[in-house]
Structures are given as structure tokens and as C-alpha cells.
Design a protein around this ligand. Structure first.
Ligand code: EPU
Length: 428
């Protein structure tokens, strides 16, 4: 399986002013699919994963598995991986550069081969994003580490059990630790772990593979198994895609029903939307309806680890605040540089002042269409949302980022009444 699309720099042309109405099915979660795909490295048996979103990032993860020697098939949301043939423990630079989450190959490669060579991820547009916590767990497990020619070389003789308290709560750091310790028979204890639904979905898979994991509060006790089985699993719905469509429905004064969501994962997003005076009806455990009544009330938002308000929804909610009846405050606590959408929203007429990690957003009467640039995945989503409600047309350039994380975004938006068109990159 070779990925056909590598980088696109297509644009979206969005026509503002149409209330969105109808039903949308939410895709499987990108950030749950990626660590689970990497978990297949731990086994020699066939692994089946359902509800995998067809995205640049998931294709890159499959390409990485193939480059290591796995046989991979991806059809209609179902991934079949035969990891028997994995012979390499090197995650090449070009893949890691395209997708930071490739660092998730480190734990399972180290567990399987006692070695992992993974290109050192650099900083990225939303911040420095150190991986020191991943490496500290690996070192406690007995790994010797060296950085040479831009690659992290890890080597260990046997996986020692670990007792470690994470200094910061990290999603992929927790996942990498679980992935490595899954092959250590002795009991490990990890404290201050991330509890994001995507982490718990990986835990479900590791349990299916034969690992014992108990979680109480932010503490996990892991008893691994050197012989891990294959798995069959359905990925949880993408709570960030769901949140993005909820904001779209409310923002445009529409009436949108979301299907295939996990309402229990959307607590803090639902709470903030209700505070802004969205009308939200929980239809059942897996579907809900969002109705916009016109006015949007200002909000005070502070991002934090799950179950707090997700950093991945901060940019989208900022668009709501831009049009709220008053002054909102948004504090970004997870990443130090995640306000890049601000400059683009200002081009559309937003009134936002940023001081360090705090954005003060004064609601304006309306936003105006403009040419804007995507900088990262969620910032790009916020620009599309702004375009949906702006006066006139908005050209969102460089939607490569959106293609990494939103499955068929324009088709889904069109199906509920948006006017949005993909303009392919002009050939030189
Ligand atoms: N951090 C450290 N040391 C570490 C690891 C993290 O200091 O070893 C810091 C980071 O610099 C950051 C904070 O801890 O300030 C949280 O980072 P975390 O490790 O939790 O982020 P991540 O695992 O790299 C995942 C998601 C992100 C999401 C964050 C926070 C995946 C593949 N990515 O990243 O998703 O924003 O958790 O919830 O799961 C996105 O989908 O758009 C996205 C960026």
C-alpha cells in the first residue's frame, strides 16, 4: 500500500452566511488510530482495525509500518496489518517529519527488537513539544540513548519494570510508555498519566493483546506479556471532529445532528457550548443535535488535559468568541504557541489581543471573507468555520494540514448545506 497523496497545498473557497442543517456521521479518531496502528508492531499475529479515518496522517502511519516490513491493507475504513515480516527498527526521517506521531513507533520497536532508531522530531508550529518524558520512561526501563546524525538511537537488553511519575501529563508519552511496558512481565507503575479517551482506547487494545492494565485515577499498573496476540478493534469516534461540527452548527445558526459520536467524551465541549447558549439535545449515547438560536454569549475558556477543555478545540471556539455578545477570555495552557489562527482571524475583522498564553476576544458584529493561511490542523479548521459565517467569500490556503486530520471535510460540510469548494494546487 503506497500512499498516493503526499503533500497537497490545495485551498478551500468558502462562501459565508448559510445556516448548516442536516445529519453528519463522525469518523473514527485520528489520535486513537495512530497509537493503535503502532501497537501492531508488538505482535506477530494479524491485527484488524475498524473505523480508521482515511487521512494523510493514518496513511503516513501505514507507510511507516510498511517501511518496517509489515504487510498492510486499507479498504473502506478497515486496516489489516500482518506484522510478522517486520524486520527493521528504523523510523526514517522523511516519515517522522511528515507526522510527529511517528515517535509512537519508538516504544513498540524497542519492546520488539531491543532497539529503535527514530528520527528526532523537531519543534512544530504549535510549540517546542519536547519528548523528554517518553525518553525518561525508556531510560528507566533500561534503555541506553544516543542522538546521532539527527536520529535517536535506543538500545536495551531486557525491559526492566518501571515506576515513574510523569512530570507533565503527556498523551503520546503515556501511550509510548504503555506500548514499551506491554512486553515487560514484571509490574510497572506509572503515575500522572494522561486519561484522554484516545489513551484509553489504546489500553483496550493492549488488554485484548494480553496485557494487564489497571487504571485508578491518574495511576496505571501494567503487567505485560512477552507474547502478545493480534487484535480486532473498532476505533472510537473523533471527539475533535465532533466538536468542530458542533461549533459549525451553532455558529451558523443551524440545526445539525451528529451521528456516531460518544457523547460521554464531549462533556467539556457540550458544557461550553451550552454556556454560549447553544441548544444541545442529547438524542442517545451516540448522537446529539445542536441548534443555533442567533446570539452567542461570551465565554471564559482555559484549556487543560482531559476531562478538561481540549486544546484541540481552542481555535474553533475562538471563532465563536469572535462573534459573541461581549468579551471572552481564552487561556491556552497546553501548548505555548497555539494562537497562530489569531492573525488570520484578525484579517477577517476579529478583535483579539494576545498576551502570552491569554487571548482577549471582543465580539464583533460580523467577520468578512478574506484570503487566509492555514498554519496547523486545528487553526485551519477555525478558518473554515470563520469562512462559513463571514460576509462574502474566504480563501483558506494550504489546507494540507486539514487533510491530515479531517476526513472528507468539504463533502461533509456540503452535505449539510455549506458552500465550500476545493481548489486544487495550481501546477507550476
Ligand atoms: N511535553 C513535554 N515533554 C514530553 C511530552 C510533552 O514537556 O515528553 C509537553 C508538550 O510540549 C506540551 C504538553 O506536554 O506542552 C502536552 O503535550 P502532549 O505530549 O500531551 O501532546 P502530544 O502527545 O504530542 C497529543 C495529540 C495532539 C493534542 C495533544 C494534547 C496525538 C497524535 N496528538 O499530542 O493533537 O493536541 O496530545 O491533547 O495524539 C491534533 O490532533 O491537532 C493534535 C495536535
Amino acid at each position: 500500500m503506497k500512499s498516493t497523496i503526499l503533500y497537497t497545498s490545495d485551498s478551500f473557497l468558502v462562501e459565508g452566511g448559510k445556516p448548516l442543517r442536516g445529519e453528519v456521521r463522525i469518523s473514527g479518531a485520528k489520535n486513537a488510530s495512530l497509537p493503535i496502528l503502532m501497537a501492531s508492531i508488538l505482535s506477530e499475529e494479524v491485527c484488524l482495525l475498524n473505523n480508521v479515518p482515511d487521512l494523510l496522517d493514518t496513511k503516513t502511519a501505514l507507510e511507516l509500518l510498511e517501511s518496517l516490513g509489515a504487510k498492510v491493507e486499507f479498504q473502506k475504513g478497515v486496516v489489516k496489518i500482518d506484522p510478522k515480516g517486520i524486520k527493521s527498527f528504523v523510523a526514517p526521517d522523511d516519515v517522522v517529519r511528515r507526522m510527529r506521531a511517528s515517535v509512537l513507533a519508538m516504544g513498540p520497536l524497542l519492546a520488539r527488537f531491543g532497539r529503535a532508531v527514530v528520527s528526532m522530531p523537531g519543534g512544530c508550529s504549535i510549540g517546542v513539544r519536547s519528548i523528554d518524558q517518553h525518553l525518561k520512561v525508556f531510560e528507566r526501563a533500561g534503555a541506553h540513548m544516543e542522538v546521532k546524525h539527527g536520529y535517536i538511537n535506543l538500545e536495551l537488553k531486557e525491559i526492566k519494570p518501571v515506576e515513574y511519575t510523569f512530570e507533565v501529563i503527556t498523551v503520546t508519552g503515556t501511550e509510548n510508555a504503555f506500548l514499551l511496558l506491554s512486553k515487560c512481565e514484571k509490574r510497572s507503575i506509572l503515575r500522572n498519566i494522561a486519561l484522554e479517551p484516545e489513551v484509553i482506547d489504546l489500553v483496550e487494545v493492549l488488554r485484548k493483546m494480553g496485557v494487564q492494565i489497571e487504571i485508578e485515577g491518574r495511576t496505571a499498573i501494567i503487567r505485560g506479556n512477552p507474547y502478545l496476540k493480534g487484535f480486532s478493534h473498532r476505533v472510537i469516534p473523533d471527539r475533535i471532529e465532533a466538536g468542530t461540527f458542533m461549533v459549525a452548527g451553532f455558529l451558523t445558526g443551524g440545526d445539525v445532528i451528529l451521528k456516531d459520536v460518544r457523547v460521554e467524551h464531549l462533556g467539556s465541549v457540550i458544557e461550553k457550548l451550552k454556556e454560549a447558549e447553544a441548544n444541545i439535545e442529547i438524542l442517545d449515547l451516540n448522537s446529539l443535535r445542536v441548534v443555533g438560536k442567533g446570539d452567542i454569549m461570551p465565554l471564559s475558556i482555559s484549556t487543560s488535559e482531559y476531562p478538561g477543555f481540549p486544546t484541540d478545540m481552542q481555535a474553533q471556539f475562538m471563532v465563536l468568541c469572535c462573534l459573541a455578545k461581549g468579551i471572552s477570555e481564552i487561556r491556552e495552557n497546553i501548548f505555548e504557541n497555539r494562537f497562530q489562527h489569531v492573525a488570520e482571524l484578525q484579517r477577517m475583522g476579529a478583535d483579539i489581543h494576545v498576551k502570552d498564553r491569554l487571548a482577549i476576544v471582543k465580539g464583533v458584529e460580523r467577520l468578512y471573507g478574506a484570503e487566509v493561511y492555514s498554519t496547523d490542523l486545528r487553526a485551519s479548521a477555525s478558518l473554515v468555520l470563520a469562512g462559513l459565517v463571514a460576509e462574502g467569500s474566504t480563501l483558506v490556503r494550504d489546507i494540507y494540514h486539514l487533510d491530515r486530520g479531517y476526513e472528507r471535510l468539504e463533502e461533509k460540510l456540503k452535505s449539510i448545506g455549506a458552500t465550500i469548494e476545493r481548489l486544487p494546487q495550481r501546477k507550476p
